[in-house]
Design a protein around this ligand. Structure first.
Ligand SMILES: Cc1cc2nc3c(=O)[nH]c(=O)nc-3n(C[C@H](O)[C@H](O)[C@H](O)COP(=O)(O)OP(=O)(O)OC[C@H]3O[C@@H](n4cnc5c(N)ncnc54)[C@H](O)[C@@H]3O)c2cc1C
Length: 402
């Protein structure tokens, strides 16, 4: 078996893995970034909605996204549209963005191994992780490393193989078609709620260009046993709600994926091992949104790993600043978002019609903070105490837990 030595092995070439590899290599480590697919983002498993402020912070170029400034929401008997003056949200070209991130990791010095499927974890005689074994083109490669970063997404191959985690119990399943449309408001997205769209989640139309969009359905598991692919095909056949206004629809590509929704239940550092991105469960549960956290905390994971390696100590205690940092940044936001999600999952169609009337009272910025689960304490207190509309104050009191 071929044997290779690196300071850091990153498993998974998604946004978390590429960002971790970039930062570790930039900080002087030798890094292997390992991806099982033939190319980065060969299979798209995400709708790619994110926020322009984050995109700019990460240095993602403008040609990688379609800006969005209008936010439409519809329930069976209600519909609202919140319009911002400037675009603050975006739908990513997922392949371009993920390839940009992986190329950046390469430019920083990481070695990229595609078509390389990690199948085993290497352990020392105390059971600690010291590398991985992968299959590539029919041959096996042993990658020895000081730290392994598990950025393998929903499946968490490394942490699972080590017996540190089991399969996520609560998760979202999503199916979508990338489509060409006859008529499209290219800077307006649609979220569609109520039983007919999704019995535990929502459906969406996310424009990706002047005449292309992603139409999808997300369903919470185990809350509902409805198959999102079946439901999506039904919606497209019936041309329900705003789908009918798109005119003729031509399917281009099918996407399917799973996203953890178990709150922040996982420990994410062990001796010589860090979990990041979906493997760590770092996503905003309100809208199945994890890309910006995968990139942001991927970078933190890469930096903390490089610091630990420089100090010659890669124990859990030495890697712990990573877990502290990401929990400090998002723990309370994810917990607050969980409360909104619990409320939303239980709504009947009539209640959704009323919920939209509350959402309508939000300004575009308030709506975005809400949907991004950007529930900073001071912002939340302000909305819960001073918002001119009582129903909005009540909503934010619920998020605060009062
Ligand atoms: C239907 C759906 C819609 C979504 N929509 C949005 C959205 O609009 N906005 C948003 O921000 N987030 C969205 N998300 C979530 C988002 O996609 C994830 O949070 C994000 O991709 C996490 O990045 P990651 O790098 O942790 O994992 P991933 O992107 O899943 O990357 C993991 C990588 O690891 C590779 N891998 C796995 N096993 C191995 C192995 N054994 N060996 C080598 N490589 C391996 C995989 O091939 C993959 O490339 C959505 C998710 C789903 C399912």
């Amino acid at each position: 078996m071929e044997e290779l030595n690196f300071d850091v092995v990153v498993v998974g070439g998604g946004p978390a893995g590429s960002s971790a590899a970039h930062m570790a290599a930039k900080s002087g480590c030798t890094v292997a970034l390992i991806e099982k697919e033939k190319e980065i983002a060969q299979t798209v498993r995400t709708s790619g909605v994110t926020w322009i402020s984050d995109i700019k912070k990460f240095g993602i170029p403008e040609e990688c996204y379609n800006p969005i400034k209008k936010f439409s929401f519809c329930s069976p008997k209600n519909s609202v549209k919140i319009s911002g003056e400037i675009a603050k949200a975006a739908v990513l070209d997922v392949r371009k963005t993920y390839r940009f991130l992986a190329n950046r990791a390469k430019t920083s010095g990481s070695e990229l191994f595609t078509s390389t499927n990690v199948t085993e974890v290497l352990k020392d005689n105390t059971g600690k992780c010291v590398g991985v074994i992968a299959k590539s083109d029919g041959k096996q490669i042993q990658f020895n490393s000081k730290v392994v970063i598990d950025a393998s997404g929903f499946v968490s191959v490394i942490a699972k193989e080590l017996g540190y985690v089991t399969q996520w119990k609560k998760f979202g399943a999503g199916a979508e078609f990338e489509v060409k449309t006859e008529k499209l408001e290219h800077d307006n997205w649609w979220l569609m709620v109520g039983q007919e769209y999704s019995p535990a989640g929502y459906a969406w139309i996310f424009p990706t260009s002047k005449d292309t969009a992603r139409i999808g359905v997300g369903i919470g598991k185990p809350d509902s046993d409805v198959d999102p692919t079946v439901r999506l095909n039904e919606l497209l056949e019936k041309k329900l709600g705003p789908i009918k206004d798109l005119g003729n629809i031509e399917k281009i590509e099918f996407h399917y994926g799973l996203i953890p929704n178990d709150g922040l239940s996982r420990k994410t550092v062990y001796d010589n091992l860090i979990l990041v991105g979906d493997s760590a469960g770092q996503a905003n549960p309100l809208v199945l949104e994890g890309i910006r956290y995968a990139i942001r905390f991927g970078e933190v994971a890469g930096q903390v790993t490089a610091d630990a390696i420089k100090n010659g100590d890669t124990t859990e205690a030495s890697l712990n600043p990573y877990e502290k940092e990401w929990k400090r940044a998002i723990e309370s936001k994810i917990n607050s978002a969980g409360k909104v999600q619990n409320r939303w999952v239980g709504l009947t169609d009539d209640e959704w019609d009323k919920e939209l009337s509350i959402i309508e009272e939000l300004t575009a910025d308030e709506f975005l903070d809400f949907i991004r689960a950007d529930f900073g304490v001071s912002k939340m207190v302000k909305l819960a105490t001073h918002h001119p509309k009582m129903i909005v104050r009540q909503l934010f009191n619920m998020v605060k837990g009062t």
